[in-house]
Design a protein around this ligand. Structure first.
Ligand SMILES: [Zn+2]
Length: 339
């Protein structure tokens, strides 16, 4: 990506092992993230461009001399953040705050909308799946690199437990995975706030019990009507814009919690006063998806959850620029890339 709206497919030097703890993987599936749409809308021109993409599954091509947990030909999940797996925050299960970590698809570390990626700290970062899995499972395994783990994080931070009422703000891939996560954690009522027919249909398939397509005050009113006037126990904020956060805080019941995973586009958190007077806990951030693979993988392998259904379009590398356009125009929910 060179600037807002300017995505090109170009030949670049092959990624190489630089540190002895690196690996290189050949990407078998990658995808375009809702968060990639922020730079797609706003990025300033860059002379060198930025190799985008932070979600992938693939096959290990090469490992540095000190890599122990993965080897050539292993099939692996690449979480969107790299991490050493050994520091205090990795031990706490918060790999996205790893002292030596960072994020793929940034100006420092090239991303995964590519044929191959260099993986720093391969031992802590890559999750080996052993044998090559069934082709039909690939889309769902790919979601464990970000969106499914991120939806799950929103649900955990929002304290979803059996019998709770939940609202999901945002009907993008993360919001839809948030619905899956809420259902999986035993929520009784799951209200999706969204307005795109295809996404709402999928949300219902995933377990949403109510749909609210209004916005602003009307949305708050509608959620109250659906919850005896109280609001919901748990809100999953999966957008990142001011209005979404305001809505999220306004529909939480007193003592409730908001789990925010939409990348914030403002410096301040709106809704401070209602959050204070209603004792609403607001938390969240980049999901430690590396930690969540352990929890979520068995349900993917057993077919209990099928988050791969969020992909409604598949492109080759040449189709990536149009994939961005399609997601930005809300023509596609989430675009999978098969290099
Ligand atoms: Zn660490």
């Amino acid at each position: 990506m060179y600037s807002a709206g300017d995505v090109r497919i170009e030949n670049v030097p092959d990624p190489q092992i630089i540190e002895s703890t690196d690996a290189v993987i050949r990407v078998t599936r990658a995808c375009i993230c809702g968060s990639d749409l922020w730079p797609y809308q706003k990025m300033e021109h860059s002379e060198t461009g930025r190799v985008m993409g932070h979600e992938a599954i693939g096959v290990v091509e090469d490992v540095g001399a000190d890599v122990r947990t993965v080897k050539r030909d292993d099939f692996v999940i690449m979480p969107f953040a790299f991490s050493d797996g050994t520091c205090v925050f990795c031990h706490d299960g918060l790999q996205t705050s790893c002292i030596h970590g960072g994020f793929f698809g940034t100006t420092e570390i090239a991303g995964a909308q590519a044929e191959a990626v260099r993986i720093p700290l391969a031992d802590g970062t890559l999750y080996p799946l052993g044998a090559h899995a069934d082709d039909a499972l690939m889309p769902s395994l790919l979601t464990l690199s970000d969106v499914m783990g991120t939806g799950h994080h929103a649900a955990i931070i929002a304290r979803v437990t059996p019998g709770k009422s939940v609202a999901v703000v945002g009907d993008g891939a993360v919001g839809l995975c948030g619905v899956i996560a809420a259902k999986r954690l035993g929520a009784e009522q799951i209200i999706i706030l969204g307005r795109h027919a295809d996404r709402i249909a999928l949300a219902k398939d995933f377990g949403a019990t109510n749909v609210v397509s209004e916005r602003g005050d009307a949305a708050v009113e509608r959620v109250r009507e659906l919850t005896h006037g109280y609001g919901v126990h748990s809100v999953l904020e999966c957008v990142g814009l001011e209005q979404a956060m305001n809505t999220a805080i306004s529909i939480a019941r007193p003592g409730g919690a908001v789990g925010r995973v939409g990348v914030p586009q403002e410096q301040t958190i709106p809704g401070s006063e209602p959050a204070f007077y209603n004792n609403v806990t607001v938390g969240g951030g980049p999901a430690p998806v590396r930690a969540y693979i352990e929890d979520l993988l068995p349900d993917v392998l057993e077919g209990n959850i099928d988050p791969g259904r969020v992909f409604d379009r598949t492109v080759g590398l040449d189709g990536v620029p149009d994939g961005y356009r399609a997601m930005n125009d809300r023509e596609a929910i989430k675009v999978m890339v098969k290099p």
